[in-house]
Design a protein around this ligand. Structure first.
Ligand code: FAD
Length: 398
């Protein structure tokens, strides 16, 4: 009889973990408190960025789990071979990532998540349970009992509860993980959470009206660069989408965002700092987004260990939420799945040994990447400009 596992969270990491476990013949049930995001009627929308940079780290993990699947789910990626730095006069400066065409790749979060969910349908040993919010885990010697509050797609049923027993639990339920807090009740887990003083707001650059011969699509700026408008302690970035649009994100200190408390202040701020971006986004649209779109907070989470003796383990943001400036949160979450599966295979499925080994091996890497991500804010918002701005100033005065 195959062993049963509850994967909590049908986000990016949970879906990949479910496939990897199903391939190892576990009986997988994947739970999410959201309703199926593939259904048009679902209004659940993630607050987080709607496109992401996927790098070699994430692609290698997808290929490790299933090469053919990785080709299918990555078919819409747009390679970005470097940064494109925009100054306040609208000049653009490309900075390649490598000498040999090394790239990171832009991908729509919803497309990737939905494609991974579609992939799960091919596995008879994966069951999807939407509308199930993990509330509590009772860790036992033989079974882990997971208790959920349930909602129907029609609306919450406040008292509805469901309870299931599993051999083990894999928590992929994001930065505010309930799996993690349940584990903290039974083990001595070191835990640190830090909000950084940075708010993010999403903006949108629509496709050009006509095909742009320079780029072979309806792109108004190069789709093959990560666009950055670095302004020292704040910045704007933009990543291309397949339809010619760009998802743009403003990052800046909360005090700055809160000081822009009127339409005229926001207009003046955008026109002064991001004039060429305003041409692309539209001034009214930029102001609307600034005033009405959700304002996201950025949080780092570090913890150790990541597991309860063969009974539960956390992966992805549940174990290591990091700031997005290194573009590695999801990539590392995918890598967690690859590393854990390799260790499980090496230990012939002995979970107790494999989970111990995973924490021992993975922790130092994750701590390092969380630190690198924090440091890359300075790199993206400030260091990329320093020399170039000085040179440009000199040239402009000649
Ligand atoms: P999540 O995506 O948070 O998914 C968790 C899932 O668990 C959700 O579906 C949620 O509904 C579900 N859930 C939560 N609680 C429960 C519960 N109690 N019961 C049941 N289900 C539950 N990473 C990159 O690699 N590249 C990038 O370019 C990048 N850009 C980013 C830009 C921004 C602005 C931000 C904020 C993040 C960015 N990231 C990026 C990080 C990336 O978004 C995360 O690392 C990634 O989403 C983590 O995936 P996850 O599956 O671990 O968690």
């Amino acid at each position: 009889m195959p062993e049963s596992v509850a994967v909590i969270g049908a986000g990016l990491v949970g879906c990949l973990a479910a496939v990897a476990l199903a391939k190892r013949n576990y009986d997988v049930t994947l739970f999410d408190y959201r309703h199926d995001p593939r259904l048009a009627s679902t209004s659940d929308r993630n607050l987080r960025s709607i496109n992401l940079a996927i790098s070699a780290r994430g692609i290698t993990a997808l290929q490790f789990v299933d090469r053919a699947m990785s080709e299918r789910v990555l078919r819409e990626i747009i390679p970005m071979r470097g940064r494109m730095i925009h100054d306040t006069l609208g000049h653009q400066e490309p900075q390649n990532y490598g000498l040999f065409g090394e790239c990171i790749n832009s991908i729509d979060r919803a497309v990737l998540n939905n494609s991974l969910l579609d992939e799960l349908e091919a596995y008879p040993n994966i069951k999807l349970q939407f509308g199930h919010k993990l509330a509590r885990i009772a860790f036992g010697a033989r079974h882990q009992t997971c208790e959920f509050t349930t909602t129907s797609a029609a609306g919450p049923q406040s008292d509805a509860r469901a309870r299931f027993d599993f051999d083990f639990v894999v928590g992929c339920d994001g930065a505010y993980s309930t799996t993690r807090s349940q584990m903290q009740r039974v083990i001595r887990m070191d835990y640190a959470q830090e909000y950084i003083d940075c708010c993010y707001i999403e903006l949108y650059i629509p496709p050009a009206k006509d095909v742009n011969p320079a780029y072979g699509g309806k792109f108004s700026i190069s789709p093959n660069h990560l666009h950055i408008w670095p302004r020292h302690n704040y910045m704007l970035i933009a990543l291309a989408n397949a339809d010619g649009s760009f998802t743009s994100t403003f990052f800046g200190p909360w005090s700055l965002v809160e000081s822009l408390d009127s339409t005229s202040k926001i207009e003046a701020f955008f026109v002064e700092n991001f004039p060429d971006a305003v041409d692309l986004i539209g001034l009214d649209e930029a102001v609307y987004a600034f005033e009405n779109h959700p304002k996201g907070a950025l949080m780092c989470v570090e913890c150790k260990p990541y597991h309860v003796a063969g009974k539960a383990i956390i992966l992805g943001d549940a174990a290591h939420s990091m700031v997005p400036f290194y573009g590695q949160g999801m990539n590392c979450g995918f890598e967690d799945v690859r590393v854990l599966m390799q260790i499980l295979d090496q230990n012939h499925g002995n979970r107790a040994r494999a989970f111990d080994e995973y924490t021992a091996q993975r922790h130092k890497d994750l701590v390092s990447i969380i630190e690198l991500a924090k440091n890359n804010y300075k790199e993206m918002s400030h260091k990329v400009t320093s020399k170039w701005f000085l040179l440009r100033k000199k040239l402009d005065t000649i």
